[in-house]
Design a protein. Structure first.
Ligand code: AMP
Length: 283
């Protein structure tokens, strides 16, 4: 496995793989690997010949006052996990390599999808995500890129970017990996105290309740949102940021479920902000 820091070298190695007729699979990450990251890397390893994972904590997707400086980092551990999974390349550039001029003046506009929910709570977040992913796509040149459904709105933004910019990349969404109580694995879970960790199970409980109600035929999203808010509200450690039901493609909020819809929640546990979501059954 090669660990590459320079863009030119990453480009060269990936070009060589493609020239040799190998398909390139790509998993973009911010490191601090957990089972969610590993499921993406395994899937890429299973499906593609030459597999690249990037580790880059992208400053452009963090707002002022967010957790950029305390974001968990453990590169040594990440490298040994990537090695064990049999990946070909870890691309771990520094900020200067990715942003030769800071801040960049030319960025990727994620469109209206980027202004909703997570985008409203974190202005500029999806512009930062779309920009860095576009840059990474250009360096790696994958045929297939793997993203987690855990960050469903991010996945939707990337799908839309690939469509609107006519990028020749297959975007694969991978199921959310969860702990036994349903909490989605996340790099940020390490910040939770024992009590907060226990309380954080309320996110999945709330989403599951909405899913169950939808399965039972409830189509009114205000009722589903109220049920989710009630579940989070009953958890003293949690402070709700938003609960919503959206159209699964546009992420516009819907009042009635008429097609594929997704329930989403963002909540804070003291300083730690967690998000989760679930596709609602069609009943
Ligand atoms: P991150 O390092 O948090 O930027 O995540 C890198 C990739 O892993 C993204 O595509 C995430 O959606 C995905 N991911 C994060 N957590 C999970 C999870 N619990 N299950 C599946 N994928 C995940």
């Amino acid at each position: 496995m090669e660990v590459i820091r320079a863009i030119a070298m990453a480009r060269k190695v990936c070009n060589a793989a493609r020239s040799a007729g190998r398909t390139v699979g790509f998993v973009p990450t911010m490191g601090a690997f957990h089972d969610g990251h590993m499921s993406l890397m395994k899937r890429a390893r299973d499906e593609r010949d030459h597999v690249v994972v990037s580790i880059f904590v992208n400053p452009l997707q963090f707002g002022p006052g967010e957790d950029l400086s305390r974001y968990p980092r453990d590169e040594d551990r990440d490298l040994s996990i990537a090695g064990e999974l049999g990946l070909d390349v870890v691309f771990a550039p520094g900020v200067e390599a990715m942003y030769p001029a800071w801040p960049p003046e030319v960025t990727v506009d994620p469109g209206p999808l980027g202004d909703r929910l997570e985008g409203a709570a974190r202005p500029g977040h999806f512009r930062g995500v779309a920009t860095v992913v576009a840059k990474l796509f250009d360096v790696v040149g994958p045929s297939t890129a793997y993203f987690g459904e855990k960050d469903a709105q991010q996945l939707a933004v990337i799908r839309r970017m690939v469509r609107d910019l006519s990028l020749a990349i297959d975007v694969v969404g991978c199921p959310t990996v969860r702990e036994l109580d349903g909490l989605a694995t996340s790099s940020r879970n390490v910040f939770l105290s024992l009590e907060q960790r226990e309380a954080a199970g309320c996110l999945f409980l709330a989403l599951s309740e909405a899913a169950q109600m939808a399965r039972g035929g409830e189509r009114d999203t205000a009722t589903l949102v109220a049920a989710m808010a009630r579940e989070i509200g009953a958890t003293p450690e949690a402070r709700i940021d938003y609960a919503a039901v959206v159209d699964d493609e546009t992420f516009a909020e819907v009042s009635t479920i008429a097609g594929p819809a997704r329930a989403l929640i963002a909540a804070r546990f003291a300083e730690t902000r967690l998000i989760d979501n679930l596709l609602l059954p069609a009943s």
